[in-house]
Design a protein around this ligand. Structure first.
Ligand code: AKG
Length: 345
């Protein structure tokens, strides 16, 4: 374990006892949560800090005294624990000079992005979830498909994953479900949304499911795209073309509103996995998952159903992001990744 850490992560372990230990295999990236690891470590002494970096298979613990960290090394090195998936893993410990982790810069939500919490009541949530009939067959007017990593259903217009667009001349009969009407009216009146949507995609994600990172085709939909999270919270990743990723918690019953830069320039996607890395102290409140490694843990995903509302665009897009705008480019960009196209063939 010592050599692997050194080689891949640039972590220097030392052969003498210090207050701090690297706990290999005891990381969020290994499905070991803070709630699980901390009590194990605390049996050996007072823990001053436990740093759990996102997606890494190790963590770093600092005890208040060297005696305590020595005790942890003697009792826990080579010890078996059970991870959050019920699998046995063996911890390997090594002393390090300092428990530290290079913090990423301060993060902010992508410009134009908002998460409005508690936008609907639990009763409305139940009603909306019960209104989705997943058993209808595909002859039905409202197109439904099982993609590789989720189930989808379209209303108003069918979204074609092969060309990432809608057939504007062929609206689906029936429009949006009646049940959405009063909810959308309320949001318009309250100023949460600016346009009345005419297209709805319902996605259902089991734990382990996801959606590839994508930008909704500019020429297909107007600026404002909103998504209602039902049934369970999830972390959605927003990526800037420069490579910066901002993970954002979408709580159950919240509305994600993407406008401007966040709608046109940043991709959004959900990584297919069973656990999300979340802020330990915040509960499941919305917003950025920061890189505060002293405050991260794992959250088991549940079944999430999202209602994504959009307004079909009738004129070419003239946004300020021509490099990613299919209306302003000679060749159409491939905005939805191959994996979804394949799943539909
Ligand atoms: C899509 O259907 O294109 C989405 O991005 C869905 C987003 C969501 O599940 O909230």
């Amino acid at each position: 374990a010592r050599h692997t850490l050194l080689r891949h992560e640039g972590i220097e372990t030392v052969s003498y006892a210090t207050q701090s230990l690297i706990v290999a295999n005891g990381g969020l990236g290994n499905q070991v949560s803070r709630n699980q690891l901390l009590p194990v470590l605390e049996k050996c002494g007072l823990v001053d800090a436990l740093l759990m970096p996102p997606n890494k298979p190790y963590s770093c613990v600092r005890y208040t005294t060297v005696e305590e960290s020595k005790k942890a090394y003697d009792t826990l090195n080579g010890r078996e624990i059970v991870d959050d998936l019920g699998q046995k893993i063996i911890l390997y410990l090594n002393f390090v000079e300092k428990a530290q982790w290079k913090e990423l810069g301060l993060q902010a939500l992508p410009p134009g992005l908002k998460v409005i919490e508690e936008i609907i009541s639990s009763e409305d949530e139940k009603m909306l979830l019960e209104s989705v009939n997943w058993t209808e067959d595909t002859d039905n007017q409202n197109f439904q498909k099982s993609l590789k990593h989720r189930r989808v259903k379209h209303f108003g217009y069918e979204f074609h994953y092969d060309n990432n667009n809608v057939d504007k001349d062929k609206p689906l009969p029936g429009g949006l479900p009646d049940i959405c009407e009063s909810i959308l009216e309320k949001w318009l009146k309250a100023g949460f949304i600016k346009h009345k949507p005419d297209q709805l995609t319902i996605n259902q994600y089991e734990p382990g499911h996801g959606i590839p990172a994508h930008i909704d085709t500019h020429s297909a939909f107007e600026d404002e795209i909103v998504s209602l999270s039902l049934g369970s919270e999830i972390v959605m990743d927003f990526k800037h073309p420069d490579g910066m990723t901002v993970p954002v918690m979408l709580p159950r019953r919240s509305l994600l509103v993407m406008t401007g830069e966040s709608r046109y320039l940043w991709t959004h996607g959900i990584t297919p996995r069973k656990f999300d890395t979340v802020q330990a102290s915040k509960g499941h409140k919305s917003g950025i998952i920061t890189s505060d490694v002293e405050d991260l843990t794992l959250n088991k995903r549940g079944i999430r159903t999202s209602f994504t509302f959009r307004k079909v665009r009738q004129t070419p897009c003239n946004c300020s992001y021509p490099l990613v705008c299919d209306s302003q480019m000679k060749e159409a960009p491939a905005s939805f990744p191959e994996s979804d196209k394949e799943a539909l063939q």
